[in-house]
Design a protein around this ligand. Sequence first.
Ligand code: IMP
Length: 207
Amino acid sequence: MNPAIPQRVLIATQNSGKVREFRRLLEHIPAQFVGLEELPHVDAPSEDGATFLDNARLKARYYSEHFDSAALADDSGLVVDALDGAPGVHSARYGGDGLSDEDRTNLLLSTMSDVPQENRTARFVCAVVVCRPSMGEEFLHALGTVEGRIAFEKRGVNGFGYDPVFVPDGERRTTAEMDSEEKDQLSHRGNAIRAIAPALERLLLGE
Ligand code: IMP
């Protein structure tokens, strides 16, 4: 493997909010990161895994085989203790098909309207997986989390998904009230990428 030639790694997600975050978080890694939007369309695989890691692996393997390239995928979501872990792996589909991020956030707030402050604990979880065809059944993976609680109302316009209602521990602001660098410093996706980065760099250098 010639380290002078930057290797191509797909950022295997259709979610533009995640693509923006991955591009920032991976900036320092010497590879050519390509989003799915730059490639011919392919239908997304069905995410029927039981865990975040299962789903991330399924997506990374699917896109890596389809495009014959290294691929990095994540699966992430919001785990709310008062809802027995929901929406969890179903975060993107909470409330059913056809809802917007804002609809899902409103649904979460109304479902939790009677839950007192002390029971509103929650965490964002992110599993990141890197596969490439030559790795066969092997893959790199890391898990990142950020602990916090669900606010009583939406605040902020940054980020995406449930950011307007998630307040990380030690903060008064939601992640939608933070700028992108602040969110990256503490986010589940930031933590997962920081954990996988050394192994990804070694893989790309062919060590
Ligand atoms: P998936 O990983 O594409 O299955 O979807 C994860 C879903 O979890 C997203 O559609 C969001 O609703 C939610 N989610 C994951 N990460 C974040 C985040 O950083 N902020 C807000 N919502 C998130």
